[in-house]
Design a protein around this ligand. Structure first.
Ligand SMILES: Cc1cc2nc3c(=O)[nH]c(=O)nc-3n(C[C@H](O)[C@H](O)[C@H](O)COP(=O)(O)OP(=O)(O)OC[C@H]3O[C@@H](n4cnc5c(N)ncnc54)[C@H](O)[C@@H]3O)c2cc1C
Ligand SMILES: NC(=O)c1ccc[n+]([C@@H]2O[C@H](COP(=O)([O-])OP(=O)(O)OC[C@H]3O[C@@H](n4cnc5c(N)ncnc54)[C@H](OP(=O)(O)O)[C@@H]3O)[C@@H](O)[C@H]2O)c1
Length: 424
């Protein structure tokens, strides 16, 4: 009986460790040359750029029993995080369980087992597979008519700001990536335009010199998400400033319904007039960009920081993951378990600032607990299966974001803990 973990970003590392701790035989495949996933700067899977710092503080983001060093800042740099994962894998002796530079090219059913075909040609059969391939590696580019004669790229390919030197730059998208790249560009470019569609809430990194995300995690009771939103939204608007005052759209959702923007610098630059806002791009015409309101500007570089697509390229058939074309995502119990007991599990497929790597570790502890319970506590496992099946037939939830994978981090982590306890 052997299990396979696909990917060794935070979720994959958590999975290898959970299985090892549970005494379940496990091996992992990683297409990159080392661990870290997104945080392995320059790797083909990584969307991290040189200036990246965490937006969630080290206290809430690090694995619970492997804190980041005391002398690191509250929001470490991507270089430190890359080192953190290498140290984590070394500390828990995970390296010997991972094959590097060899991804899973194909995953298919072979009787009751799963057959993996690796990039280098080998095939192996497994009793179960934890899919931890990440969901921020496959760029989502909007369809824009016309041709652009300058440099056109997605943020996935953006690494460092020299490309903006002396150029007229347009950044599209107001996720955390778009905001970071706008700030990068301002110090180098001749001019910066920022094309924005929907609104979002802004929260500061620090309140009274302390990481702003600490208080939520220290709360003894989980207030309902809507109530937390009502209570905290006025503080966010007071501390960071209402986005509308800077010309940005007013968010149509509540604070805890999506990952907020954790970037005060971009608002400062908007307020200083270092960047000008534009509507979404309608079309290109040579070196000109035409926006939805008819405005036209010339640009040398256009960066689409417009998000990512969820993909499982190694699966020809996505039905075993309960794929939902409407969301472009699978529908899974607790974002992990497909409705059929087919040996596939997904780890790390979630959006929700505050889940951090402890949340990923809870997901993989739950997978290991379920597999063990099937043998050692069949009644508990059967009851859990019932929960999975009931979820599959229940109606769609509407408050889980564009892909249906958004979770309310406080409630979600508690739900995972309770499920682990139910499985013993
Ligand atoms: C710029 C940026 C900043 C971020 N900041 C934060 C933050 O502050 N806090 C936070 O919590 N999160 C942040 N994130 C989110 C980040 O994605 C998570 O922190 C985390 O990296 C997700 O872990 P993961 O293991 O699910 O996926 P990933 O880190 O993407 O790892 C997936 C791994 O799977 C491997 N893989 C994929 N396909 C295959 C295959 N077929 N075979 C073998 N291997 C494969 C990839 O090579 C990769 O190593 C940030 C993301 C970005 C892009
Ligand atoms: N420093 C950090 O720690 C850091 C940095 C970057 C990213 N991250 C994390 O990484 C994940 C991905 O972030 P992301 O910013 O890359 O993607 P994202 O959160 O999906 O944001 C994409 C943005 O692009 C906008 N958009 C889409 N199509 C557009 C169009 N045609 N014109 C204008 N805007 C358009 C979206 O607007 P709508 O709202 O209208 O859809 C949204 O604002 C998130 O979890 C994020 O928090 C963290």
């Amino acid at each position: 009986m052997t299990y396979l973990v696909i990917g060794t970003g935070p979720a994959g590392l958590a999975a290898i460790r959970s299985f090892k701790d549970a005494g379940l035989p496990v091996e992992a495949a990683e297409r990159n040359a080392d661990v870290g996933g997104q945080w392995l700067y320059g790797a083909q899977s990584s969307a991290v750029y040189a200036s990246t710092h965490l937006i969630s503080s080290k206290f809430t983001t690090a694995f619970a029993d492997f804190p980041m060093p005391d002398d690191w800042p509250a929001y470490p740099s991507r270089k430190q995080i890359e080192q953190y994962f290498k140290d984590f894998a070394k500390h828990f002796d995970l390296y010997p369980l991972i094959r590097f530079n060899d991804g899973v090219a194909k995953l298919e059913r072979n009787g009751e087992r799963w057959r993996a075909t690796f990039d280098q040609g080998e095939t192996r059969d497994y009793d179960g597979v934890v899919i931890a391939n990440g969901h921020l590696s496959d760029p989502l580019m909007p369809k824009v008519s016309g041709n652009f004669s300058g440099t056109l790229m997605h943020a996935k390919d953006y690494k460092s700001p020299e490309i903006f030197d002396g150029k007229r730059v347009l950044i599209c998208g107001m996720g955390n990536t778009g905001c970071d790249i706008v700030v990068d560009a301002i110090h180098r470019a001749k001019s910066v335009l920022w094309s924005v569609r929907g609104g979002n809430h802004f929260v500061p990194k620090f309140v009274a010199g302390k990481p702003a995300d600490l208080s939520n995690h220290q709360a003894k009771f989980v207030l309902p998400k809507w109530l937390r939103s009502r209570l905290h939204e006025p503080f966010a608007r007071l501390l960071a400033g209402p986005p509308e005052r800077f010309g940005l759209p007013r968010p149509a959702h509540r604070l805890y319904d999506r990952t907020p923007i954790v970037n005060s610098l971009v608002l400062l630059h908007l307020g200083q007039g270092d960047v000008a806002l534009r509507k979404p791009v309608k079309s290109f015409d040579g070196d000109s960009v035409i926006f939805e309101d008819g405005k036209r500007d010339e640009a040398d570089v256009v960066v689409f920081a417009t998000g990512y697509r969820i993909t499982f390229p190694f699966l020809d058939d996505l039905a075993p993951l309960n794929w939902q074309p409407r969301f472009g995502a699978p529908r899974l119990y607790m974002n992990v378990f497909p409705p059929t007991d087919n040996g596939l599990f997904v780890a790390g497929l979630l959006e929700g600032a505050g889940v951090g790597w402890p949340g990923r570790a809870l997901q993989t502890d739950l997978i290991a607990a379920y597999i063990k319970a099937k043998k050692e506590k069949p009644e508990a496992a059967r009851a859990f299966r019932g929960e999975i099946e009931r979820h599959a037939t229940a109606g769609e939830k509407t408050d889980r974001g564009e892909h249906g994978i958004f979770v309310d981090f406080l409630q979600y982590k508690r739900d995972l803990q309770k499920a682990i306890a139910r499985l013993g």
